[in-house]
Design a binder for this molecule. Structure first.
Ligand SMILES: *Cc1c(COP(=O)(O)O)cnc(C)c1O
Length: 360
């Protein structure tokens, strides 16, 4: 059995080198005679692992000193409630930018905690574009302004960081963190679940500006309290140790590969190739505003939706897996995160070319 190219949106592909290293040290991690999963999270060995992972993350993203990095257990979605619980303080209002399924879900959750001002929404355009900043109706009283950098389901992505003045900017980077360079200092808080682009499920990384750590609601459950987690250096409760370990290996590999600048160039090339191919073939279609097309998740449709099942089956037979689009959008979706080799995109394109020729 050879490895396939997995185009699934998440849990997604991991670098083969990382999986191999994990396999090699599975029974005896760093001479402990145990797997990393069996080691105490309070042991020196594990604390060193977590410190190294944090340092590598900081090096990769050039995280300024006044930001804290938290390795929290739970899904990315846990942040949909943790953010209002921790960041509202005495304020009862927050701005949200509605650009797709994930921001929409974050808004629904935030409504349980505060008055949500949807500053702008592209729902009427079926989330196929991102409205220009000039159209956003921001509230100067908002405790924070929340947006989703890459809408995994819809395939739309912000290619620059929006300027929202002095309101702390909060971003869901679950499907784009580590995929391209960006300026951490523009944000109040950045979060990402690991399973799309840097590790196994169960881990969510939060990067938060230190001055925002003092405003959690008194009723915030302790495991959901950023300040408490920060005080305990992410060891207040048992972290998702194996997920942290794999994420650490991924960060190491990214550094060896030349860092985020280098991987960003590869990602841009992979995405451009695929979009160019789709745009040059009548048989395939992507109707996202070209200015906001995602580099990570490429949705597309076939000219005949009756061919969808054939397409998926033949693709799978050639080792091209999980290309079925999200149920809310239909069609196909190729998720091409960091761990998808450029060769995988090339094989997909040749397959799509052959398929289109067979069904003119
Ligand atoms: C997948 C995803 C989520 C939800 O992740 P869970 O870990 O399942 O909660 C949230 N936001 C974005 C952008 C995602 O891609």
């Amino acid at each position: 059995m050879t490895r396939v190219y997995n185009f699934g949106a998440g849990p997604a592909m991991l670098p083969e080198a990382v999986l191999q290293q994990a396999q090699e040290e599975m029974l005896n991690w760093q001479g402990t005679g145990m797997s990393v999963m069996e080691v105490s999270h309070r042991s020196q060995d594990f604390q060193a692992l977590l410190q190294q992972a944090e340092q590598d993350l900081r090096d990769l993203l050039l995280v300024p000193e006044q930001y804290r990095v938290l390795f929290l257990t739970g899904p990315a979605r846990s942040q949909f409630s943790m953010i209002p619980l921790n960041l509202l303080g005495d304020n009862s209002q927050a701005d949200y930018i509605d650009t797709g399924i994930w921001s929409h879900a974050a808004i629904a959750e935030a409504r349980q905690f505060c008055q949500v001002n949807v500053a702008v929404s592209s729902e009427e355009n079926s989330y196929k574009t991102i409205p220009p900043l000039a159209a956003w109706q921001l509230n100067s009283q908002a405790a924070y302004c929340y947006y989703t950098a890459n809408e995994t389901v819809n395939g739309v992505e912000f290619h620059t960081v929006p300027e929202v003045g002095s309101t702390p900017l909060v971003v869901d980077m679950t499907s784009s963190l580590f995929s391209r360079p960006f300026d951490v200092s523009k944000f109040g808080l950045i979060f990402a679940g690991a399973q799309k682009n840097f590790g196994p499920a169960g881990l969510t990384v939060v990067i938060v500006r230190e001055d925002l750590l003092d405003r959690a609601a008194a009723t915030t459950p302790s495991v959901f309290n950023y300040a408490l987690q920060n005080k305990h250096q992410s060891l207040y409760c048992t972290p998702a140790t194996f997920s942290c370990y794999i994420a650490g290996l991924v960060f190491r590999l990214l550094k060896q590969q030349g860092g985020i600048e280098a991987i960003g160039k590869i990602n841009q090339r992979k995405a451009s190739k695929l979009y160019d191919f789709i745009d040059n073939h009548d048989f395939y279609h992507n109707d996202i505003d070209p200015d906001y097309r995602s580099r990570m998740n490429v949705p597309f449709t076939l000219a005949e939706s009756t061919l969808n099942d054939k397409f998926l089956k033949q693709a799978k037979d050639q080792g091209l897996c999980a290309l079925k689009g999200h149920r809310s959008v239909g069609g196909m979706r190729a998720s091409i995160y960091n761990a998808m080799p450029e060769a995988g995109v090339d094989v997909l394109i040749s397959f799509m070319d052959e398929f289109a020729r067979a069904y003119p």
